[in-house]
Write a protein that binds this ligand. Structure first.
Ligand code: HEM
Length: 415
């Protein structure tokens, strides 16, 4: 579906597959229970890490991997949150270092065709044999659960060949790991910063006072997720499209047919300060204001829109909200002292973006709590925000004082 250039063929394929990503299908109990089960496995990892550090980057990618393979193939999906063998598959997809090779292939396919073999000696090609094996194996199985994508593709009416099904699943698997994993990682990092701890606290309050309520019925959680995706869209950059035959006039400019044009979620989320005032500020409250609601929704582009928009949107939101409810109903999150803002800068890949340091360690005293965030010891921290915040002093809860310094290079922790 991703690479189908022809609009009619693309729409035809999308009509077949979209059924399994419709909200009604994602919300079916077998599908939701599977997400909850994987979220519980994530919580087990958190509980085991109490007294140590937890790498959210790795665990969130494992979570996204297990959720997407559940949706594609259940019961033949992965279990990377519990099995190191399966975690290795996730790592092969996520810790890929073939960016240079792929950029040359993308921008100059002819040159790549000529020197591809020599190039591979210096710049690694993308190779994911473990993931390929998993998908080939799973997509050859019979009787997958009825909510899965595989079950849809195996319907006789569509007459799809096995290799076609496997190729489609491989694309969807790749589309569902880094996007959801990184979106959650950036968001949890953000709400663990001193400047956003009030957000974490309010989120905990909403979740803890609404036990048993479905995650999609919690307005503040919704605002936090939307704001995370607005500030840190997992696919932040250009989404290319061909101008159709005859050309088109766009915003008063005539653009000839076959020109490649694009829009970027990152820019759209910042371009109109009437719609998103102070666009670089992480501020979930903006989504709770009644005025301007229609404009904000229109300008929200994390999942793109239209015929090529993200088919996995409802699944991604269900995964994100389920995990956030499970984490913040039990825990508070504070970054490990070894982390710096530089490590969490958005690092552009081919179209997606991931934390530059490829890790996101949560602090040693990340602990199970009931009412108090983990920051409740009377300590003073100087945090590296590397953001254009003015130096300010904020007193939180019963004791701790945070000094937000606008550009120290390293995150320190002072008694
Ligand atoms: C937070 C998580 C996610 C974000 C931010 C995201 C974002 C996007 C965006 C911006 C596009 C449009 C690409 C383009 O226009 O060229 C897209 C397409 C797509 N996404 Fe997602 N996505 C997410 C999660 C998922 C998940 C969980 C799946 C599950 C399989 C998925 C599957 C797809 C597919 C198959 C397409 C191609 C749709 C088409 O060609 O019609 N995405 N996604």
């Amino acid at each position: 579906m991703f690479s189908t250039l022809n609009k009619t063929d693309h729409a035809k394929r999308k009509r077949v597959l979209a059924d399994r990503y419709a909200n009604t299908n994602v919300m079916r109990s077998a599908s939701v229970e599977g997400i909850k089960e994987r979220s519980n496995r994530f919580i087990d990892r958190c509980s085991q890490s109490v007294g140590g550090t937890l790498d959210l980057f790795v665990c969130l990618h494992s979570y996204a991997f297990d959720c997407i393979t559940h949706h594609l193939f259940h019961p033949y999906g992965s279990d990377s949150l519990r099995s190191t063998e399966d975690e290795e598959i996730m790592r092969q997809v996520t810790f890929d270092d073939s960016l240079q090779n792929r950029l040359i292939k993308y921008y100059n396919p002819t040159l790549h065709g000529l020197i591809g073999n020599v190039l591979s000696l210096f710049a690694k090609p993308r190779e994911t044999p473990l993931a390929d094996d998993l998908v080939l194996n799973a997509s050859s199985k019979t009787e997958p659960a009825p909510f899965t994508l595989l079950s849809r593709m195996q319907e006789k009416t569509y007459n799809m060949e096995q290799m076609d099904m496997a190729a489609e699943c491989l694309d969807h698997m790749a589309a569902g790991i880094d996007t959801t994993g990184d979106a959650l990682c950036f968001l949890m990092w953000e709400i663990s910063q001193p400047s956003s701890l009030h957000v974490q606290k309010r989120l905990q309050e909403e979740i803890r006072s609404n036990e048993g309520v479905s995650p999609d019925k919690l307005p503040y959680l919704d605002a936090v997720v939307l704001e995370g995706l607005r500030c840190f869209p997992a696919i932040p950059m250009s989404l290319p499209r061909y101008v159709p035959s005859g050309g088109r006039t766009i915003d008063g400019y005539f653009v000839p047919e076959a020109t490649i044009v694009s829009t970027q979620p990152y820019s759209i989320h910042r371009i109109d300060e009437k719609v998103f005032p102070e666009p670089d500020r992480f501020n979930p409250d903006r989504w709770l204001e009644e005025t301007g609601d229609a404009d904000r929704k229109r300008m929200f582009f994390a999942f793109a829109s239209g015929g090529r928009g993200c088919v996995g949107k409802h699944l991604a939101l269900a995964e994100m909200k389920t995990l956030l409810v499970d984490v913040y109903s039990r825990f508070s999150t504070v970054p490990d002292e070894s982390m710096s803002a530089d490590m969490m800068a958005m690092s552009d890949q081919i179209i997606s973006s991931q934390p530059l340091g490829q890790k996101c360690l949560m602090r040693r005293n990340w602990h199970e709590d009931v009412a108090q965030p983990a920051v409740s010891e009377a300590r003073v921290h100087v945090f590296d925000t590397a953001r254009p915040y003015k130096t300010s002093k904020v007193t939180l809860l019963t004791g701790p004082t945070y000094l937000l310094n606008h550009n120290p290079r390293k995150l320190e922790n002072r008694e």
